[in-house]
Design a protein around this ligand. Structure first.
Ligand SMILES: Cc1cc2nc3c(=O)[nH]c(=O)nc-3n(C[C@H](O)[C@H](O)[C@H](O)COP(=O)(O)OP(=O)(O)OC[C@H]3O[C@@H](n4cnc5c(N)ncnc54)[C@H](O)[C@@H]3O)c2cc1C
Length: 411
């Protein structure tokens, strides 16, 4: 088969690149093909909390998150494909006012506000109103982003893939063992279990499996893969009402083709909380009637050269640590039932910014990886930016320099 753009990997990034590439290519003359070895979303993207928020310290990332959030919020009304966006708000706690973390958060909040993000600094009194029952000191400092929340990762990937197919992209599932074909130093396609795919542009959106694939081509990128865990706890009875029961901003007279799933309207017990002091994040999963708790940061995690299959094994010591930190912040969780957990692979870069762009040693090969555990939400901006870059269009959705591999070579 011949393609104009061949994408390897059907996670959030691969499917969204396919969507934006297919929107710009003639399906007959310039086909876009995505190959995935398992199922769409069977990598990290299928296991995420899918928190969407704009709380980055980097202006470029915050801008992308702002644009991406608008895409998620409007998916249902603009495309007819809901992604389960819930506007629960995101509360970030930085500890005491005046501490180093609080000063940084204050700067971040001001920068985010300056680029049009609706976010505000909050003190103890307002924090307690936003999340009743939360334990904070009287001199606590935080920020609150009312438009943040989460999406449903499975529905998001499905939506990107369906929309990509509607625009003529081909998705080939169960295609294994791709070997990148290089001729005269250029990527020219991929040989696989399902035959050869010829393409002048090959995109590796293979998540944590990317470093190993690149290594086989003699390309070493500054990437490391670590295993991260999240634990699940029964969601408390609802403490606050959902701010936006319509969820995706659709007006009351918007004609829906399907009867909405009542579980989609289930209220959450509290907003998403990023707790820099306890170093945890927690988000409610109302459909599953549980909350998902994870650690902020990846220090001390062991590097894994080639990640094996994903698993659901969670270390009891990790669970105990999360429970203790969660209970200290939100005591309502103290006696609630533990409901297992999940682990996943995170691909880290030295500056925790993704690597998105061409691999200079092999023209025609592009890499989209290193999302450092936090960037599922950026998929709409990454998808559009990568499509623009490959097709030689003005790149407006991302800052190519900011994400380029060459930033490591310049230091
Ligand atoms: C536990 C956890 C929680 C997270 N929570 C959040 C969150 O709340 N918010 C957020 O924004 N981000 C979060 N992240 C980060 C987020 O998961 C990633 O940034 C994002 O999912 C990366 O998507 P991807 O498409 O690059 O990779 P992946 O989703 O890993 O997709 C890669 C795909 O490539 C396929 N593939 C791999 N090798 C091959 C091959 N040789 N041939 C064919 N196909 C191949 C895989 O099967 C997979 O489907 C979290 C990550 C983890 C692990």
């Amino acid at each position: 088969m011949k393609a104009k753009i061949l994408i390897v990997g059907g996670g959030a990034m691969g499917t969204c690149i396919a969507l934006h590439a297919a929107s710009r290519c003639d399906p007959l003359r310039e086909p876009v093909i995505l190959i995935e070895r398992n199922q769409l979303g069977s990598g990290s993207s299928g296991r995420v909390g899918a928190i969407v928020h704009q709380g980055y310290s980097d202006r470029a990332m915050a801008g992308m998150a702002r644009d991406a959030l608008k895409v998620y919020a409007g998916m249902k009304s603009n495309t007819g494909r809901p992604v389960g966006y819930r506007r629960t708000g995101v509360l970030t706690l930085a500890g005491k006012k005046g501490s180093a973390a609080a000063q940084q958060l204050e700067l971040d909040t001001a920068m985010q506000g300056s680029i049009g993000i609706d976010v505000r600094a909050v003190g103890a009194e307002e924090i307690r109103q936003i999340a009743p029952g939360i334990e904070v000191a009287d001199d606590a400092f935080g920020s609150y982003e009312p438009d943040g929340g989460f999406v449903d990762p499975g529905r998001t990937i499905e939506a990107f893939a369906v929309l990509a197919r509607n625009r003529g992209a081909v998705t080939r599932i169960g295609v294994k063992n791709p070997t990148i074909l290089v001729e005269d130093g250029r990527a020219v396609g991929v040989e696989t279990s399902a035959g050869t795919f010829h393409a002048p542009n090959v995109v590796l959106a293979t998540g944590p499996w990317t470093p190993a694939i690149l290594k086989s081509l003699g390309v070493e990128l500054p990437l490391s893969v670590v295993r991260t865990q999240e634990t699940f706890v029964r969601m408390p009875e609802v403490l606050v009402e959902d701010e936006d029961p319509a969820h995706e901003g659709e007006s009351a007279d918007f004609e829906t083709r399907f009867i909405p799933d009542p579980l989609d309207a289930m209220p959450v017990a509290h907003p998403v909380v990023f707790d820099m002091e306890q170093r945890i994040h927690v988000r409610c999963e109302p459909k599953e009637r549980r909350s998902r708790v994870g650690r902020i940061g990846f220090d001390g995690l062991e590097e894994v050269p080639v990640p094996p299959a994903q698993d659901d094994v969670v270390d009891p010591a990790f669970q105990a640590e999360m429970r203790s930190a969660l209970g200290a912040r939100l005591p309502v969780y103290k006696d609630l039932e533990e409901l297992g957990g999940q682990s996943g692979w995170v691909t880290l870069t030295p500056d925790q910014r993704p690597i998105v762009g061409p691999v200079e040693q092999i023209p025609g090969l592009y890499v989209v990886t290193g999302f450092s555990g936090n960037d599922f939400q950026l998929a709409p901006s990454i998808g559009e930016g990568v499509a623009q870059m490959i097709l030689g269009q003005p790149v407006s959705a991302i800052d190519p320099e900011f994400f380029s591999l060459s930033r490591f070579q310049k230091v």
